[in-house]
Every structure is written in structure tokens, then in C-alpha cells.
Write a protein that binds this ligand. Sequence first.
Ligand code: ADP
Ligand code: MG
Length: 692
Amino acid sequence: MGGGREDAPRQQLPINQFEDQILKTVASNSVMVIIGETGSGKTTQLPQILHRAGYSKKGIIAVTQPRRVAAVSVARRVAYEMGVHLGEEVGYSIRFEDRTSSRTSLKYLTDGCLLRECLLDPKLSQYAIIILDEAHERTLNTDILLGLLKCLLRKGEPHLKLVITSATLDGQRISKFFNACPVLTIPGKLFPVQILYSTERPVSCFESAIETAIEIHVREPPGDILLFMTGQEEIEKAISKLEEKIKDLEEGVCMDAILLPLHASLPPELQARVFDLSPSNCRRIIVATNVAETSLTVDGVVYVIDPGFVKQRHYNPSTGMDSLSVVQISRVQAIQRAGRAGRTCPGKCYRLYPSSVYEHEFLPETIPEIQRTSLAGTVLYLKSLELPDLDVLDFDFLDQPSRELLEDALRQLHIIEGIDNDGNITNLGKQMAELPLEPSLARALLAAEEMGCLSQALTVAGMLSCESIFHHNPSKTRTTKQKIEVKYELPTGNGMGDHVQLLQIYEEWCQSNYSLDWCNNRGLQRRSMKYAKDVRDQLAMIMKDKCESLKYSRVRMDSTVEDFRTLRKSLCKGFANRLAHRMTNHNGYRILCHQSQLVQIHPSVCPLEVDADGLLPEWVLYHELIATSRPYIRKVCVVDGNWIKSVLVELETIDIYRLSGKGSNQGSDQVSSLQCRANLETANCTQSEEGS
Ligand code: ADP
Ligand code: MG
């Protein structure tokens, strides 16, 4: 391959003007921080600078990305810039997809992937330099990596260098975390951006955003528009609304418009379209999620519309409830969004909120993920590293998670047998940590292997990994440009819930020979089904490598009611921390593990069997407990009280002090107040097993 593609704008990216200084600092320090405006070339250029300087002769240069979509897109871009084939010198690795080879010297990977690699090779010996990129995103995985790499470097790993890059982070703070390492600030080259506030919060942010976009399109000089929305569904809705409105405009009033969605679940070829420059006399309107805030830089944007919201997950350890809610962005995020408008010339940012909201209601910074997510996976991971001087509860994080979150994680891990009474990792726990799945699903797979229903459990794990296999709105879907009519009913799950239904759907799809028509006729997204299959295949391979004694790896297409039963039993092992018990006289459920939180079955759950009085099954397990308009459990599976007796006993006797490694403290008042209450007084495990 030749010397790569050279183009003037790339040379002019701010970071390339600091090449000498960067190389000097890297050479004489094991850690450094680089702060630079989004679009300054940190992600695409910095690795190439280090590559040119010969670092990749000493080992691979790794660049972590918090988002899968960014890892793929940026690797593709850099391979193009260097004039090499993707997957050779430049590659990427994301969960369930590895596009690297023995020749790869520049590797983009998600922060989660690098964490997995630490398990196999704690010293990361194949790497010369790790670039922790987009550190300002403060994802859970990047935060763990910061702590782990600090540990590793303290022990003195002369082969390894660490560069932390960020668009907004307080560089001095990270520098302090790493023993006052040097910080290099790359001055931005932003053009001025005029900020325009709304006088009040609009009644409908969505409508106001659409109107603003049309206003700009009609009145303002050329330049692309970037509109921030909170998710795929909203983006699709906005695009069709904009299409309609633009069609209604009188001909000749304004230039042509190209509407482009940008979000993580977009197929890669569609994602790539936002990087094509617009044809002249044509305005692009890009409707994007937060991914366009800092991870991906779209050139040509002159107008930004910022409604001021973002979709964010928040986990509450006392109720076990996850909420995926639309929340106000932080001031840091608002500044980043506005900055997208000033990359190529002076721009404008339309904030659809008053300045007083910005000043007084927005948090100064985004809350790091580690302080708002369940830490079961993290704690299991850290324990599985078995670092001699590592106490998980006192792990050196940049920002500490709350004690409550950590204790909740210990409790959950104990219930699914990942850690013993003293908080030590069990053999099962170690095996769970090796699987690229959340602890519950990993535990369920291991149980399924034991019980002889691995094939079915692998399928369910694959199907649960997809965001959604169903078209949002089958009659109105726009992705295929044609209406999708649902001609055939889906299998029902035999009253046993979503997991069984997912299994049945997958098996029927296999029998159809993975047919596209089969999917279309049932309102299913073939792309998601294919993703489920990929994940399933990958997991099957991992399980095969892991379990020499693997008994049941054959792909099954004809599961019986007996298989469904075994599958549900194995799920009970993994989801013992997510059991719900129906109230005596009505169809509300209590969550066992979390202070008897009351919940309802989500309307999306497939029909469950009811008894003569119209009552739902007594025991269910669930995949998600989510607070939307009210607390709901989603992806629900019917189980039998007899399968979970030991869990109920366990729940009564958990000693969180012992689990925290502080020795037993049974009998003290404090302990009992912290114990999980399983609400056994209403629990009745004598109901006979259904379906047998
Ligand atoms: P940073 O990481 O500092 O935000 P990047 O390295 O991502 O900056 O981007 C530097 C420049 O490269 C930007 O001008 C951006 O538009 C361009 N760029 C990045 N990815 C692509 C791509 N896939 N296609 C075309 N241009 C890209
Ligand atoms: Mg970047």
C-alpha cells in the first residue's frame, strides 16, 4: 500500500501543529493528558503521529472509544487516510466483532473491549501506547480503565505509555490523579458562534425544533444544520416531519435539502453518509443523537439546534430500578453542542431554552456513569482480576461511586453465586466474568450448560442483545421506504413469557433459512435478527472454548415444552436477583431483591397465562425494571416457586458487612436494617409447576 492520502485540511488540523511537542512529552513521560477541542484531530491524527514516530514498532497503539459506532467509523477513516485496508494495519475491535489481524498496529477498540483484554493479559503486554480517548464522556468503562491503568503504571510497566485525551475534562484534575503528569492543551480553532436563546421553554420541544430547522432553511445563508434529538425514534419522526414540511415549501423559495439521520443503531453505510460533503446549492440537515456532540465530527455544520435534552440511564440502588429518561443536558454539553457550529466558519446555535435555564437549571457537568449505574458487572470484573492489594470498595476511582451502589452490587452478585458469603469471588464468578455478558446472563448460560439447554440459552442471550427485533411501527416504518404489512402472527411464547417467545421466533427464523420475507411478513427487523445470530454464534464459540466438557452445543430448531422448562430453570439461576412475586389478589408484582418495590408487567410483554380468576403467574423473572410513566418490568419469563426456594432463603440471610469483607456483624441493628427483605410472608412456593 502506498503512503496514504494527503490532503491539505488534514495537515492543518490543530493537533498536527503540535506533533513535536506531543512526541517530546510522550517520550519522556509514561502518562500525559491532551485537551483539545472536538474536531482538533485527537482521535484520527494523534495515533498516526505516534505511528509515524515509530511507536508501533514496539507494540500496538490502542485507541479506546466509548461508543461502538465511533470506533468503527474512525477506524475506517484512519485506514482510508493511511491508504490501507481496514482490518490490516488499522483495525477495530468491538464486542462481538473483531476486525484486526496479526498485522494490525493501530487498533481502535471500545473501552469495554480493552477491559476484557485486561482479563486475559493484565499487563497489556502487546501494547506500546494506550490512548484513552474521549475521556470527557466519563463512561463507566473508561473510568475503570483510568483506575486500572494507574495501578498498572504504578507498578512500573516500562513498555507501556498512556495518553488520555479529552475535549472538555478538567485536565488538572486528571493530571493530579496521575501524579501530576503533564497536560498539553491544544488551542481550538473555533470560529465565533452566536448563541440565540428562546425567550421561554417551548410547549413542544419537538415541534419547536422542526420549526426552527425550517426557518433556518428558508431564511439563512448556506450551511448545514445539526439538530440534536434524544433517540432513534424521535430522529425518524423528525426526519419524516421535515420531509413533509420541506415538500410543502414553494418551489424556488430555498435550496434543496438532504435529510440525514445519525445514531448508533444506523447501519454503517448510512452512518458514513454524514461525512460526504454536500453537493453545492444543497443544505444538509443532520438529525443526530448525542453521538454528534463530541464522538463524531461532522464538517460543514453552521447551524446547531439544541433542545437541551439527552436520554440518560439512571439506576437507583435502593429500588433496583433503571430509568432511561430524557433529562436536561449539562452546561458542558451545551457548550460542546454550540461548538459544532463554528468549525468551518462563524455559526449560530439556537438554544430552545432561555438563558436562565442554562444558568440556573443545568448542572455544570454531566454526572459520570459510575455514579448512576448498576455496578454488579464492574464489581465482579474487579474481583476477577484478583489484584493482591485491591479492595473493590476502596478502588481508586477518579470519582467514587456511592457506597449504596457498591453494596447493591455485592448483594446482587451474592444472590447469583458470583461471590461467596465473605465477598470472595467464586469459581462460578470467575467463569461469569470471562463471558462478555452482564453477570446475570452469564450465570444463566453457565447454568444452561449444566442443565443441558445451552443451545436455547445462547439463542435467548443473542436475542436479548438486540435493542429491538420489532419494527417500531410496522405500518409506518420508513427505513425501507415501503410500508411493511404484518401478514402472519408471531409465536406466542406459550404463555410462558418473552424469553420463550424470543426462542420460538429465532427457531422459526432458522427454519425459514434466515429469510428476509419471513421477517418482513412478521414485522421483524432482519438486521436485528442477524445481529442476534452473530452474537449467538460468537457466544457459542466462546462457550465451546471455555467448557471442554461442553455437552450441548448443537444448534436446535425444535425446542419442546420440556426444553422451555429447562431453559426457564436455568434463567432462574442467573436472574435470581430479578425475581418478582405477584400480590395475593391482584396483578401487581413485588420485586424481591429491592425492598419489595411494587411494579406492573409492561404492556409490551407477550401474553402470560392467567388462572381462572384472571390472575397472572405467581412468580416471574424479568430482564429490565424500568421507570417510565410508572415502574414496569419488561422481558418477563414465568418461573416456578419450587425452583427458587433456596434464593428466598438466601435473600433473608444476606449479611452485607460480611460481603463487604468487613467480617460478620450478624445480630447488630445495623445489619438487619441493611438486609434484603424478601417479603416471605406473602411468598408461597407451593404452587405446582406449570406446563409439566
Ligand atoms: P477529535 O477527536 O479531536 O474530535 P477527529 O480526529 O475525530 O477530532 O476529527 C478530525 C477531523 O477529521 C474532523 O475535521 C473530522 O470532520 C474529520 N473526520 C473524522 N472522521 C471522519 C470520517 N469518517 N470521514 C471524514 N472526515 C472525518
Ligand atoms: Mg475524538
